[in-house]
Design a protein around this ligand. Structure first.
Ligand SMILES: Nc1ncnc2c1ncn2[C@@H]1O[C@H](COP(=O)(O)OP(=O)(O)OP(=O)(O)O)[C@@H](O)[C@H]1O
Ligand SMILES: Nc1ncnc2c1ncn2[C@@H]1O[C@H](COP(=O)(O)OP(=O)(O)OP(=O)(O)O)[C@@H](O)[C@H]1O
Ligand SMILES: [Mg+2]
Ligand SMILES: [Mg+2]
Lengths: 229, 229
């Protein structure tokens, strides 16, 4: 499903100063795999996730998604791919501040041209699954940190993506809510063959996955298979 | 140092609907203690922290800080207390988007009327301690999630507060960076008698503290002493 080769990303900071956020990263992820990405703060994980999610382009290297060379597509084609195939949970959630939890979760269905009553039905259902019943009409600043995170997860899943990219999806959650989320993701993985890439700092979360990619200073330094428990 | 009695906070949501975020919470924290606050997502931890940090007032109950009844103070007096005595690490960082890491960290010193060269010297020093040398002139959106979190921690500590309130200060950090932060906090605790209140979901962090207060549905349900290891 995913093939990256030689991905390099350099942020220019002034004229003579650049941050090499990713350096020559190459790997393959097959359809239906569940992969964790780990590494120190600043090692390039979110940068990599943005490229995988078609939100950003590398400065060097190639990214082939479901057989298409993404680096050659234009903005409209990328937006269409994102809406149809990809669910993205951002590290800082990126919710719309003036939209309710229900509206935020339903947003991908607006782009997918789903009718209003069906959107509302699906959004309510997913909020209930995530333990947010009673919070539908709250704005993000009327939600706790962990509740905002769960709205972001709901928004990423509501359009039944084939690829879920989750940047530290349980960072704000207590252990029970974290376990519930991992159980939900593993169910979707098993029953729908959802391909999942999770950035995490927590070994517990990583060992729920089949494989761990480790970054350090923008390089891929390890690609480990997780032993079956 | 801290005495709260019967704290209650109710968020009105429309005319007939309210969320009881805190319900009759009472406890005392002595000067020099290091206390963890734990509880499920939505249980009222951040709401409690905002009241302790003089950023919000309860609807019922009293908060006495260093002998002063905070609930009777006006906006200016509260702002002055916050700047002089309290360092606050927000769950979502609350950095100024158009200010650099250096400027964000130095901000409490501007309010404290510290001269520019001294501010810059102290801000650089604390960024170095936090592993952010080389990132001084980056804006928050040019920093990784864990780097933003560390800037927020630096800003909370730079004016040598007597009380540190940290709402999930290691949520975005890998285990090494987390350990470095906890080591820094414990050093300040031991050497300067800093009073520390940390909201955390992670038992490792909580067991670095002397005491754990547990919230559930807005109530204080436990107040446990942590055994010495
Ligand atoms: N727009 C930008 N301009 C300059 N440097 C940037 C920019 N965005 C990110 N960086 C730098 O690129 C590096 C990688 O950032 P990235 O966000 O990918 O890290 P990360 O692995 O996700 O870290 P964390 O675990 O803290 O979230 C960091 O050192 C960061 O300072
Ligand atoms: N402005 C608001 N209006 C309405 N309800 C609110 C508001 N702010 C918070 N709440 C509600 O109050 C409750 C407590 O919120 P709080 O942010 O204190 O929880 P928390 O314990 O910090 O959770 P988390 O671990 O997820 O950060 C939540 O159920 C939340 O939905
Ligand atoms: Mg990141
Ligand atoms: Mg909170």
């Amino acid at each position: 499903l995913i093939q990256v080769e030689g991905l390099t990303k350099i942020y220019k900071q002034g004229e003579n100063h650049g941050v090499v956020a990713l350096r020559d990263v190459s790997f393959t992820i097959n359809r239906g795999e569940m992969v964790a990405i780990m590494g120190p703060s600043g090692s390039g994980k979110s940068t990599l996730m943005h490229i995988l999610g078609c939100l950003d382009k590398p400065d060097k290297g190639r990214y082939v998604l479901a057989g298409k060379d993404v680096t050659s597509l234009d903005t409209f084609e990328l937006a269409s791919i994102r809406n149809r195939y990809i669910g993205f949970v951002f590290q800082n959630f990126n919710l719309l501040g003036r939209a309710t939890a229900l509206e935020n979760v339903a947003l991908p269905l607006v782009y997918a041209r789903v009718g209003r009553r069906e959107r509302e039905r699906r959004a309510r259902k997913i909020l209930q699954t995530l333990g947010l019943a009673g919070r539908e009409h709250h704005l993000p600043n009327q939600l706790s940190g962990g509740q905002q995170q769960r709205v972001a997860i709901g928004r990423a899943l509501i359009n039944n993506p084939e690829l879920l990219l989750a940047d530290e999806p349980t960072g704000q959650l207590d252990s029970k809510a974290s376990a519930d989320i991992m159980y939900l993701l593993q169910t979707l993985h098993r029953e729908r063959g959802l391909t999942i890439v999770i950035v995490t700092h927590e070994p517990d979360i990583a060992y729920h996955c089949q494989r761990i990619l480790r970054l350090r200073d923008g390089r891929l330094v390890a690609d480990e298979k997780v032993d079956e428990p």
